[in-house]
Design a protein around this ligand. Structure first.
Ligand SMILES: C[S@@+](CC[C@H](N)C(=O)[O-])C[C@H]1O[C@@H](n2cnc3c(N)ncnc32)[C@H](O)[C@@H]1O
Length: 307
């Protein structure tokens, strides 16, 4: 797998994902837990939720953290391949790329996302960035695949100029996963000495956080669309149909700090909130040493190194 000039837009489509995602939805409904990738299958629902409409919010609070601590962060991240785990609207993702173009007029990017529409949007943003910094060049590869199934040889391109990579997962994406699962994915795909930069949402004031989800019609759309999709598919229509008419019930799970949305007995959405020290201790179990932690408002950005 090779990086190519961003203007050649090197997107890798290892499989046709639609069937695989429908199968995951079927299994999810059967096991009564719908997994995170399903919420982004109607990407416009996500683009529809700028700034404070989005109770994740971390998406926007990451930006001041990155700007405030840019000197220190640049010291670590300079001259590294950037591997993005999830790109979404890609606002904060563009910031470390900008740093590379400002200083080196060169950047290397591997973007991994299950939704090709987000990858295409990221490519457009990156091309625009090269126009802000004339004479700069971005080498790019996009992996349109699930984190769960990516192969390690597709994480580090063969023609990278750099010794090290920085793996970046912003927007509290880690919170959508079972924690062991996401850290196992990082552990098996990240090399020793590489950096891991995580954006996450804090667990302070759970009542306030929860209230941002409740009666939030835009967020409800994001959460319910996978179920509507399920009703359209003959193979799951029967199971999904009985959920029609049920109302979402939101809850803060104090045992594990997940905000949860339930439809009947099916967990249709979850988003974990974090205590920075607990997160650092947990990451260490998967061989990631915490180097730095920055906090702003309800958001944290943690820099880890694989040991
Ligand atoms: C919460 S968004 C955060 C991304 C970005 N920082 C933002 O704020 O828009 C999560 C992103 O990860 C992608 N994603 C979620 N689960 C995934 C999975 N299992 N495999 C690959 N991509 C996934 C989604 O498509 C989405 O682009």
């Amino acid at each position: 797998m090779e990086l190519r000039d961003i203007f050649e837009s090197n997107l890798i489509f290892p499989r046709v994902l639609e069937d695989e995602l429908n199968e995951r939805l079927r299994k999810g409904i059967h096991k009564k837990v719908i997994s995170g990738e399903q919420w982004f299958r109607t990407p416009n629902n996500w683009y529809d939720m700028p700034a404070y409409i989005n109770p994740y919010k971390g998406v926007y609070d990451e930006l001041p953290i990155l700007y405030e601590h840019h000197r220190e962060l640049k010291g670590y991240l300079d001259q590294t391949l950037k591997v993005f785990w999830g790109v979404g609207i890609a606002d904060s993702e563009c910031v470390p790329v900008r740093w590379d173009l400002q200083k080196n007029h060169y950047g290397e990017i591997n973007a991994i996302d299950v939704i090709d529409y987000f990858l295409e949007g990221f490519i457009i943003s990156l091309r625009n960035l090269t126009k802000e910094y004339p004479l700069s060049k971005i080498m790019f590869v996009g992996n349109n695949t699930l984190f769960e199934t990516i192969r390690k040889e597709n994480v580090k391109p063969t023609n990278t100029k750099y010794q090290k990579a920085t793996h970046i997962c912003f927007g509290n994406t880690i919170g959508n996963f079972d924690q062991e699962e996401i850290f196992q994915i990082f552990n098996r795909n990240i090399d020793q000495d590489d950096f891991l930069l995580l954006g996450y949402q804090l667990n302070k004031d759970p009542g306030k956080i929860l209230s941002m989800y409740v009666d939030n019609t835009r967020f409800e759309r994001l959460v319910l669309d996978p179920i509507d999709r399920g009703r359209m598919l003959p193979i799951i229509a029967k199971i999904a149909r009985h959920m029609k008419g049920l109302k979402i019930s939101w809850k803060y799970n104090y045992e594990n700090d997940y905000v949860e949305a339930w439809l009947g007995d099916i967990l249709v959405f979850r988003s974990k909130k974090y205590d920075p020290i607990v997160l650092s201790d947990f990451a260490r179990q998967y061989h990631f040493e915490s180097l730095k932690n920055y906090i702003f408002a309800d958001c944290g950005v943690g820099l880890f190194q694989k040991i």
